[in-house]
Write a protein that binds this ligand. Structure first.
Ligand code: F0G
Length: 478
């Protein structure tokens, strides 16, 4: 019998079924235009309940939770000190990250940026630089707000290579050079796995290991931004020969074994809707430069978040993270999750939409410069903003992460300084959409790609000069 059934199929079942659904309201395109105008065509200000296609603004906190997580949520213990879930969370971190929790300082925060803020506020000194593969926008902003230079070190060669399996890798030669030049002014080195800003691209284990080695040689602490640690591990298994036979669980443990500290948002690979943390090894080199950092961080946490055992989270949220961490490292889950992102990306590529390849783990990135290459739209016209604005009318939300989001306007000269990347990101929430929803998104983008000559410019009418302007600015399309 099994021989008869020995065949492969083009389509595979998802690793889950729907346990709940949310019905869309009957919103018209005219109503969406009105709402978008009211929102100044800023996608962040657009009411999400008016979206009927894919809300691909972010994969962060947008997860549909599993029934296991939802049932754990009910068990949440809302005690003011040492709630039950806190201990469950520590166990889940130990089990999944392979840490002996007694050797670590654990600080829970309501989300990762609060953890980053705490860390960077206590890294003090003159002319400090933190090298990374790439900083995420809020991570960079938190470093810069504390007068620390946030230095991205992904090589142009890697960026332009369509076949490179680990486009998130830090450029090792560039890192060595920075260490020679800035030596004593580097309080730590940071690796973001996967590299969100650079297209959701993975970092190889070899790269992680090598960075740790270089850091040890130079007595510099090594930290991870581990938001998408499980998706990164999946790529290592797929693409790094020495790991093809290892389990995801083992690869995850190895990733963390090299880190002396890490920040993490449980809104990504915690499969939860809220949560973040900062963990630092008690014997980390960071205490050489900052001997009282643990005390300072603990006080900071209590001042702004709450008791260390809940750190800004409800007991219910904590329970969902504890359970989510056990699910996210399952290969079956990751095959479905990253498989869906890749199917979405491949369909866009088939339609001729200029997307960044190979695809990353959580999102498909459209190359905005390529998209508008043969039109009148130049970087200063913020075509990516226009595209995301127009898609709102079709009930779809994407995010511009390029000329506008990462550009800087000088009001004195009227000049814009543009970032190296100019992308539009379609981030896929976990466990939420079916491929049909994503095909619809791709079809709408394709229709606009075919009409790209007619896409209007986006003119910022408010907030152009502000920091983190993409969250706040208002536009007119003309
Ligand atoms: N680091 C990375 C790599 C991220 O992608 C994010 C968030 C953070 C840190 C901050 O985490 O939201 O919990 O404070 N990224 C989301 C995104 C917001 O849409 O990519 P947080």
């Amino acid at each position: 019998m099994l021989e008869l059934m020995d065949f492969e199929t083009k389509h595979k079942p998802r690793p889950h079924v729907n346990a709940f659904v949310r019905l869309h309201h009957g919103i018209t395109e005219e109503q969406r235009v009105q709402a978008a105008e009211k929102a100044g065509w800023n996608v962040f200000q657009f009411p999400s309940e008016m979206l009927c296609g894919g809300d691909l603004l972010s994969d962060s906190g947008t997860t549909s939770m599993t029934t296991e997580q939802l049932s754990a949520l009910i068990l949440g213990d809302e005690a003011y000190g040492s709630n039950w879930g806190y201990f469950k969370l520590l166990e889940a971190i130990e089990r999944n990250f392979g840490l002996n929790i007694d050797e670590w300082e654990v600080y829970i925060f309501h989300q990762a940026r609060a953890a980053e803020h705490a860390l960077f506020s206590h890294i003090t000194g003159e002319n400090l630089t933190i090298p990374a593969n790439s900083f995420f926008d809020t991570t960079r902003a938190n470093a810069e707000a504390n007068n620390i230079e946030a230095l991205d070190l992904v090589s142009d060669k890697i960026k332009s290579d369509k076949t490179h399996p680990f486009k998130g890798n830090i450029d090792i030669d560039a890192l060595k050079e920075v260490i020679v030049n800035k030596g004593g002014n580097i309080p730590l080195v940071y690796l973001t796995i996967t590299n969100n800003t650079g297209g959701g691209q993975p970092v190889s284990m070899q790269n992680i290991k090598e960075v740790r080695r270089i850091c040890d040689e130079n007595s510099i602490p090594f930290f991870l931004d581990a938001c998408r640690f499980a998706e990164n591990a999946w790529f290592i298994k797929q693409r790094e020969e020495a790991y093809s036979e290892k389990s995801i669980a083992d690869i995850v443990r190895e990733e963390f074994s090299y880190a002396e500290g890490f920040t993490i948002s449980f809104k990504k690979d915690g499969l939860a809707n809220m949560g973040g943390a900062l963990l630092i090894r008690k014997d980390s080199k960071i205490t050489n430069r900052y001997p009282d950092i643990f005390d300072k961080l603990r006080d900071h946490q209590i001042l702004v978040e709450g008791h260390p055992t809940y750190g800004g989270l409800s007991g219910r949220d904590i329970m969902t993270i504890a359970v989510g961490l056990d699910t996210v490292v399952q290969e079956r889950y990751l095959n479905g999750r990253i498989g869906q992102v890749h199917e979405f990306g491949s369909y866009m590529a088939e339609l001729g939409i200029p997307v960044i390849e190979p695809f990353g783990g959580h999102a498909v990135y459209i190359d905005s410069d390529e998209f508008f290459k043969d039109t009148n739209i130049k970087r200063k016209d913020f075509g990516g903003i226009s595209l995301t604005a127009l898609l709102l009318i079709k009930g779809i939300r994407l995010c511009e992460l390029g000329a506008f989001a990462f550009g800087v306007y000088n009001p004195d000269t009227g000049e814009e300084k543009f970032p190296p990347y100019n992308f539009i990101r379609a981030a896929v929430p976990r466990n939420k959409y079916e491929i049909q929803d994503l095909y619809y998104v791709a079809d709408c983008i394709k229709a606009l790609y075919d009409r790209r000559d007619m896409i209007p410019k986006a003119v910022p009418v408010w907030g152009r000069e502000k920091a983190l302007r993409h969250f706040k600015a208002r536009f007119e399309l003309c």
